[in-house]
Structure formats: C-alpha cells, structure tokens
Design a protein around this ligand. Structure first.
Ligand code: NAP
Length: 447
C-alpha cells in the first residue's frame, strides 16, 4: 500500500468516511537528517554547512498513533529557519531533543530514532484520529501549528509556551511536516484557509503565529494604534507577517531590508518607511569585538528622519549583529521584543541606554494554541496574507533550506509533499479572487 490512494481520494474530494476507511501505508516519503551524519560538518564555518548534503528524502516507516494524535496527509509544507538549524546541526544536533522526549513516556519513545523527520508547518487532510480526539475527523482540511504541548503538565495551563516541556514539532519532536504523512497532536490542528492553495496555506502557521504573539498578543509587545515599530528583516519569514500586523493594528512600521527589490516589495505591501541597510552601509561592529555607537546614532537618526521619532517597539531577531543598535534606537520606555539570534546569540549592548531610558527587552517564542488559532483566523478571513515567494518539490527540501540559510529567498518557501502540482486545494474562489493581488504579491515579485 502506498500513499497514491490517499492522494487520489483527496484530489477527488472523497468524503471523510471514505478517507477514514483507506488502508494506511506502512511507509511514506519524508525529508530527514541522520544521527550517524551529525558530525559531518564538524569544524566548518556555519556558511559552509550545506543542508543539501544533510537532508535526505526517502521512505520511513509509519509510526503508531497515540490516542490524542492525528495522522495528517500532508499536501504541502514550508521551510522554516529551524529546519536550517536542524540540517546544519547547529547550535546543537536535534537528536538530543528526540532522546529527551523518548525518555518521557511510552509514546515519547517513538520519537527517539536514528533519523529525524523535519518540518514545522503543514497543510493537508486528517487521515485518522486517535481514540481521545474529539473535534477533528478524517477528511478535515487543516493547517498545523508547531506548539507541541503535554497537557498533563500543570505548567502548561497558564500560557502553554511557559510549559516546562513545551516543544516545537518537527524540531524538538520527530515526524515533522516535510513528509507525505505527519503525526501531530490534535491540539496542533487548525482549519485550512479555504481561499488558499495547499502550498499557500502551508507557509503561514509558524511564522505568522510567532509574529502575532510578538506584535499583537499581551504576551508580546501588545502594540497599540500609532506606535512606531522597527522591523528587522521586514520581507523575511517572520518580518513580512510582522509588517502586516503593524499595518492592520494602526501602527507605523519601519522596515529594514538589504536590497532595493526588497524595499519595493515592502512599499507594495503598504510599508511607507523603509531602510535599505546595505545601501546605508551600517557597520554596527567596528571589528569582531567592538561595536560603534556612532553607527547606532546614524541608524537612529535615519529612523527619526523617516517617522519623526524613536520606535516604541523593535522587532528583533538577527541577534548579535543588530541587538546593540536595537537597544539604542528603541524609544524611552520602549520595548525590544526578540525571538531569535540568527547572526549569533551572545549578545552585547550598552546597558546604560536600557536602564536610564527605562527600556525593556522581552523574550518571545512561537505562540500558544489560542494565539496560533487567532493568527490563523486572520489568514482565514483574508486580513493577513501568505508571503510565499517560491515552491519546491519535497525532493528539493535541502535546496530550499540552503536558500533560506543564505538569505536568498523572500518571505516563505513552500514545499509540495503529496500535492502533485501547485494551485490545488482552493474551495473558496470568490475570496481568493477578491484578495488575489495581496495573496500572490511575493510570488509575483520573485519574477
Ligand atoms: P528569514 O526568512 O531568513 O528572514 C530573516 C531576515 O533577517 C532576512 O530576510 C534578512 O533580511 C534579515 N537578516 C538576516 N541577517 C541579518 C543581519 N545580520 N542583520 C540584519 N538583518 C538580517 O528567517 P525568519 O523565518 O524570518 O526567521 C528569522 C529568525 O527568527 C531565525 O533565526 C529563526 O530561527 C527565528 N524564529 C524564531 C521563532 C521563535 O518562535 N522563537 C519563530 C520563527 C523564527 P535583509 O537581508 O533583507 O535585511
């Protein structure tokens, strides 16, 4: 038995009972890294660690289903930066996460394998649900968010991102989304936006939810109307959703990018104030060990020239290269909200600017189910749009991760898993037609 019958049933729009009665295959194709290759890049600088060498696409056995889980026939997935980290084995190989999960429970043991199926996004169709699942059925068209939470843990019952054993699916757990079939907890499921194709629906959940929590949620910066928000990497995976949330919420985004083409893309999104960091030639680090406050000042002056004041919120994720500048330019009483450190996680900033001006640095990580659901609702209701610029077949997962690793992409990269071609899966063509320009903005700008 292969996944062909599943694909045919989905393409024909078979009813849920029929999909639920389909025999399950013993194996399926998936993108994974291998434990016995985790030292393959030892000693190389990060830029030379090549996801194309580490990511394999082949058949893997179908794991058993726990009572609170669902099998999802994955039509499409996307590349997130965590798949880059997994495939270059930085900052740590992810097999340690799988071993830790393996020690937690009988069901956790399934994850501790010599291969790690990667990917933290998916759109698709529910194939089967476990005996404890209430609200989802075979045939449901879904997207998947990546907050993997143990609801038996008391620490998960305030904000589940604070749970002691909170994990990111497909990064800190196995059986991720870059595969024909995925195993997810029922509390990761969300409705698929009906007006989007499978690949457009697949690219949002991780980055859109992250940006929602960072900008909108009380757990993040809780932006209010008229606030100025500096967004680093404003056409990147999280930045492009952040800009949309700032605009929707009546804020004033200042987007930082590194090329004229990206600046144009931002203008087309409705972001008026844009800084091309490469054209401006900022050198926040005079050398490897010393930052240059004159450059922070020059950057702050540019922001004031554009919007007339300092940013109330700085949407921070590049890390070491930019954090000193971010803390410096944030307004008196302002907030630097950070979820990452792509360019290095040992951060240096001048603390005098922080305490004397009563600024806050706040850490943020993905989103709880409620936040992911709200963020997905914005997509379903066409208030936030996907930022997909290109689509790859599953076989080219390594190439797609390579492009993200080297900042060659805009927005998000989609990956077709079971979907045989792009453009399928739309069940609300009217809404799609109404918002087509916004939905396809990043794709069209890719040339
Ligand atoms: P991405 O698609 O690669 O976008 C990052 C953007 O950052 C790029 O478009 C680039 O824009 C900018 N950038 C890269 N290096 C920079 C530097 N040295 N200085 C200034 N800007 C730089 O990645 P992403 O999906 O947005 O993710 C960004 C980071 O957030 C990654 O480290 C990722 O792992 C992390 N993340 C964390 C969470 C979480 O829940 N904690 C969730 C999602 C992502 P320009 O070159 O145009 O300026």
């Amino acid at each position: 038995m292969t996944t062909d019958a599943i694909l045919n049933a989905v393409l024909e729009g078979a009813p849920g009972e029929e999909i639920g009665a389909l025999p399950l295959p013993e194996s399926f194709r998936a993108a994974f890294v291998k434990a016995d290759e985790q030292e393959m890049f030892a000693g190389l600088p990060s830029e030379e660690k090549d996801p194309r060498k580490a990511v394999h696409v082949d058949e893997v056995p179908l794991p058993e289903l726990a009572p609170d889980e669902a099998y999802v026939a994955v039509m499409a997935s996307s590349i997130n930066f965590n798949t880059v980290w997994t495939s270059i084995f930085e900052p740590l190989p992810t097999f340690g996460f799988l071993q830790r999960l393996g020690k937690e429970s009988v069901w956790g043991e399934r994850h501790d394998l010599p291969y790690h199926v990667v990917g933290s996004d998916a759109s698709g169709v529910v194939l089967r649900v476990g005996s404890a699942v209430r609200d989802w059925r075979p045939g449901d068209r879904v997207t998947v968010h990546c907050n993997y939470v143990d609801d038996q843990d008391p620490s998960s019952h305030d904000d589940s991102m604070l749970a002691a054993n909170q994990r990111i699916w497909g990064f800190e757990s196995n059986f991720g989304g870059l595969a024909e079939i995925s195993v997810v907890k029922a509390n990761q499921l969300m409705p698929k936006p009906a007006h989007l194709t499978w690949e457009e629906a697949a690219v949002n959940a991780l980055t859109n939810s992250t940006s929602y929590r960072m900008i909108v949620s009380p757990n993040g910066a809780r932006m209010t109307q008229g606030q100025v928000v500096l967004v680093w990497g404003a056409t990147g995976g999280i930045g492009a959703y952040a800009c949309q949330y700032v605009l929707n919420g009546g804020g004033i985004p200042v987007g930082v990018v590194s090329s004229p083409a990206r600046a144009t893309l931002l203008h087309e999104m409705g972001v008026e104030h844009v800084i091309d960091r490469r054209a401006e030639g900022y050198r926040f680090w005079a050398d490897e060990h010393t930052q240059d406050p004159k450059e922070w000042r020059r950057f702050g002056k540019k922001i004031r020239e554009l919007v007339g004041r300092d940013p109330d919120i700085v949407f921070e994720h590049p890390g070491r290269q930019t954090m000193g500048a971010s803390v410096f330019v944030a307004s008196r009483g302002g907030m630097v909200i950070t979820c990452a450190a792509t360019s290095g996680y040992t951060i240096e900033y001048d603390n005098r600017y922080l305490w004397m001006n009563l600024k806050t640095i706040k850490g943020c990580h993905f989103a709880n189910y409620r936040e992911a659901w709200e963020a997905n609702r914005q997509i379903c209701e066409a208030r936030i749009h996907p930022t997909m610029s290109a689509v790859f077949p599953l076989e080219q997962t390594g190439e797609a991760a390579y492009q993200v690793h080297h900042n060659l992409h805009e927005g998000k990269l989609g990956v077709l898993c079971l979907a045989p071609e792009e453009g399928l899966g739309v069940t609300d063509p009217e809404t799609r037609e109404e918002h087509l320009d916004a939905i396809t903005l990043f794709r069209r700008n890719q040339g």
